[in-house]
Design a protein around this ligand. Sequence first.
Ligand code: MN
Length: 425
Amino acid sequence: MKQNEEIFSWESWVTIPTNSDFSLQNLPYCIFSTPNNEVKKIGVGIGEYVIDLNQMQQLNAFDTFNLSENFFLKDYLNDFIGLGKQITNAIREKIMIALKKENGTENNILFHHQKSILLPQKNLKFHLPVKIGDYTDFYSSREHATNVGTMFRDPNNALLPNWLHLPVAYHGRASSIVVSGTDIIRPYGQTKAADAEKPSFHATKLLDFELEMGFIIGKNTKLGENITTAEAENHIFGMVLFNDWSARDIQAWEYVPLGPFLAKNFASAMSPWVVVMEALEYFKVETPAQSEVLDYLKFEGKKSFDIQLEVFIKPQNSEEKLVCKSNHKYLYWNISQQLAHHTINGCNMNIGDLCASGTISGSTPDSFGSMLELTWRGSKPILMHDNTERKFINDFDTVIMRGFCEKNGHRVGFGEVNNFVLPAK
Ligand code: MN
């Protein structure tokens, strides 16, 4: 089913608020539980509701798919993703059609049993949607790499010689990736001021967010196989919002020569919703112009995504303040190139692996995707609504990231990833 203008004209019998991220054309997946039952289940977002897929299965709505009993009672989406796009897309299509306005009739299982199937999101608990095996963090924003290179090394040679030739990345840590809503504890670590003789040990003074998005691998590959730019999107299940929490003082001291370690692995957070690639198809755009690349990184057609991104800081007793507006389409390297590069040496990918974009900065100072860049290493503090200033993130602040696609009045969104910051232990 092509995600074209015609599908975007469809309406639903479910009341969907204007500007809802969870339109009929989105149908993102999540893992949820209800207040009186700890069992985790697979759900689909629509408007202000979650569709309980297990409940639909118990009412025989998915009989044609030959799924095992209680298939949708799952701690993670991995087994569902493992069914393959042919089946997961057919399930999504079935749900989408059942939600269409003209199908709001009593012989429609979803409509007839809506009281037990459609659960208000505000009553639910959301969990990490995917069991992440491996996590890779790219560094694909030219603006971000240039800003960081300018601040930490040399403004005249801000990009290192390899940067325009390959999507730079490092292997991160999966164990500390948490779902939105999880508190972040300010980490301790080793730092060394430029003028200090010896390093010291204390809680980070430069806690920062990184505005990123991640994609979830949807297919296993074998060691020795590679994925081409043309095939890449077929290997990706969907995308999430991602805050790659960072401690800049720890990072500056530890990162040479092997790159990020404890400055990054204390926590990263993702949105509970996974938006499938098929829902994003309508919002594809051209990738920014690139220098000549080697053949395996060449690609055809539109491979970038127009996803508007926002970051807010909410001090404990004040309103949230918008501090950054960026867009996924600014990324120099698109996700197909990232995956092609990741596997060109035969590195195998597994269902549920997460590849994050790296901080997504734009070209203007209000589009930078980290406090490091927004305040230019603390030299330009940002004023909050309560008149306090932020150079980096304070204890008891909440950082909120939101993301959505919008075209011709049609919207597909990612919800949000938010975290409250607790003082160091
Ligand atoms: Mn990062």
